[in-house]
Design a protein around this ligand. Structure first.
Ligand code: NAD
Ligand code: UDP
Length: 318
């Protein structure tokens, strides 16, 4: 049994990670400030004596004895990370410093949830880990992109300078149950709109692409990365290479929900990347042939079921 700290553990991905780590027989400490996470995501874990919940902000230091740290604390949806951009930068940068300082002191292994956003609006396609990216350092996405890039630099520098055992994964667009209905990211927006019979809001002309990964595939890649030998630090791309335009995503969701919602077009936000697709050769090579198993329609079906239940419960409580 390992003792594991998960920052951002009450969020979408973090809550699934806490659950899986507990199921695998570990003791889990979940740290969160509830900015975009919620107790509802982890309420079913609260009876487990090996689960501890801490209200804390990663911009402040935190000390605990653990074997491993998964650093996920950071809002991930553009709507939320642009709400208080200075705080977003602080969360990425100071959160990384605090977790690396802790890892150094207690000799823990620490994994950073980085992002495909470090590639910005990529000029190389698909993206490999050795691509340096195309990020606008002063644009409205930079609080997130540059915060995560700085965190990657901090991770590598703590490794080089202080021998901290680090892992960096670059997560590509991931979706699944427990995203918030008002999360603002495209999959949850389209599903909630379709289920409520509201207009589907496509930003721009809908030809921009993303490669969508179901959360269970990410967890497998994330845990396998944590378990690699000390000489493997990453960064390693963890994503599903199947690429879709937003128009294709909208029509898949309309079909699966059997919805009569209409598609409407809204202005494209500034610096919105035009295409994104992971090259996962490195992950396959280093993570025992890891590759995503759940393709879009199967993953969307599970996510639609979740939101359908959630919206019915909300209607009942009104
Ligand atoms: P999320 O917003 O659901 O979860 C983030 C969690 O971090 C929330 O519970 C939030 O309350 C918490 N948090 C935010 N600021 C904090 C702070 N200062 N102190 C403590 N807790 C704080 O997002 P998610 O999709 O679960 O993303 C988790 C991580 O994975 C993030 O670091 C994100 O950048 C990264 N990531 C996610 C995706 C994706 O597609 N979902 C893609 C790339 C990277
Ligand atoms: N998007 C959209 N409608 C929405 C929300 C997002 O068309 O209601 C688009 C957005 O402009 C982007 C893509 O969907 O091109 C993915 O957006 P998301 O915020 O999910 O992730 P990110 O841009 O960070 O990859």
């Amino acid at each position: 049994m390992k003792r594991i700290l998960v920052t951002g553990g009450a969020g979408f991905i973090g809550s699934h990670l806490c659950e899986r780590l507990l199921n695998e027989g570990n003791e889990v400490i979940c740290l969160d400030n509830y900015f975009t996470g919620s107790k509802r995501n982890i309420i079913h874990l609260l009876d487990n004596p090996y689960f501890e919940l801490i209200r804390h902000d990663v911009t402040h230091s935190y000390f605990v004895e653990v074997d491993e740290i998964y650093n996920l604390a950071c809002p991930a949806s553009p709507v939320h990370y642009q709400y208080n951009p200075i705080k977003t930068i602080k969360t990425s940068v100071m959160g990384a410093i605090n977790m690396l300082g802790l890892a150094k002191r207690i000799k823990a292994k620490v994994l950073q949830a980085s992002t495909s956003e470090v590639y910005g609006d990529p000029l190389v396609h698909p993206q490999q880990e050795d691509y340096w990216g195309n990020v606008n350092p002063i644009g409205i996405r930079s609080c997130y992109d540059e915060g995560k890039r700085c965190a990657e630099s901090l991770f590598l520098n703590y490794h080089r300078q202080n021998d901290v055992r680090i892992k960096i994964i670059r997560i590509f667009n991931t979706y699944g149950p427990r995203m918030l209905p008002n999360d603002g990211r495209v999959v949850s927006n389209f599903i909630v709109q379709a289920l409520k019979g509201k207009d589907i809001t496509i930003f721009g002309d809908g030809t921009q692409t993303r490669s969508f990964q179901y959360v269970d595939d990410l967890l497998e890649g994330m845990i396998r990365t944590m378990n690699t030998g000390d000489n493997f630090t990453g960064p390693v791309n963890i994503g599903n290479p199947n690429e879709f335009s937003m128009l294709e995503l909208a029509s898949a969701i309309l079909e699966l929900t059997n919805s009569a919602s209409k598609i409407t077009f809204r202005p494209l936000p500034q610096d919105d990347p035009t295409q994104r697709q992971p090259d996962i050769s490195l992950a396959k090579q280093e993570l025992n042939n890891w590759e995503p198993k759940i393709q879009l329609k199967e993953g969307l079906t599970k996510t639609i079921e979740y939101f359908d239940d959630l919206l019915k419960q909300e209607n009942l409580s009104l």
